[in-house]
Ligand binder design. Structure first.
Ligand SMILES: [Mg+2]
Length: 208
């Protein structure tokens, strides 16, 4: 996977966020402050502009720029959390021109670690970690099993979607939704839903 692949991934995420913006905002309206879709849409619009202006030459440089742009442009918790995820992934890739599936898996695990460090969230807290962790685990398992990239990223995307859906019955223990206590039960976590979009976009780009 080269710089072009990761640029296509980011484009695909931006398109997915745009088309699901209102849905993400509705999820956030139920248990948060109703800005998640708009925040991410604004963030990825800024990311597209930053990438067009800088045209980074390696996957690592591209993802670090994505991350720092999200941190700068997106308020609330999601900017720093997603920004950290992309930056950590970019840093893990170093200055390599191409990234293998195993290296992608390592980079996504570094991203997850960064998110968990910053948000102090574990699986089951009803956050983006509930989609991210099973997706990263599914990809790591697929790498160990020697599965082809397209199939591996299909497994990761499915795990993220299932993880996001599995947040519905949970009570939030981290983030703004945790203020609602038991009233957070019965709603999908917006951060987990947007994380599923990220992994879905990866699957889409790999399938081309
Ligand atoms: Mg919000």
């Amino acid at each position: 996977m080269n710089t072009q692949f990761f640029a296509a991934w980011i484009e695909e995420i931006a398109a997915a966020v745009r088309s699901r913006r209102d849905h993400l905002t509705q999820l956030d309206a139920a248990i948060g402050d109703a800005d998640h879709g708009a925040n991410l849409d604004r963030g990825f619009t800024a990311v597209r502009e930053a990438l067009a202006a800088a045209s980074p030459q390696t996957p690592g440089a591209l993802l670090v720029l994505v991350g720092s742009t999200l941190i700068r442009k997106v308020g609330g918790a999601s900017g720093p959390l997603y920004g950290t995820a992309f930056r950590e992934m970019g840093k893990a890739f170093g200055d390599a021109a191409e990234v293998s599936l195993a290296e992608l898996s390592t980079g996504l695990n570094a991203a997850l670690s960064g998110v968990q460090r910053l948000g102090a969230a574990a699986e089951g807290d009803k956050t983006m970690v509930d989609a991210f962790a099973p997706a990263a685990d599914a990809l790591a398992q697929a790498v160990r099993d020697g599965v082809k990239p397209q199939e591996a990223l299909e497994a990761a995307a499915s795990a993220a979607e299932q993880g996001a859906k599995a947040t519905v019955p949970l009570q939030a223990r981290k983030g703004r939704a945790s203020y609602l206590g038991p009233r957070s039960v019965g709603h999908e976590d917006p951060g987990a839903a947007s994380t599923a979009l990220l992994f879905g976009a990866l699957r889409t780009v790999a399938a081309r």
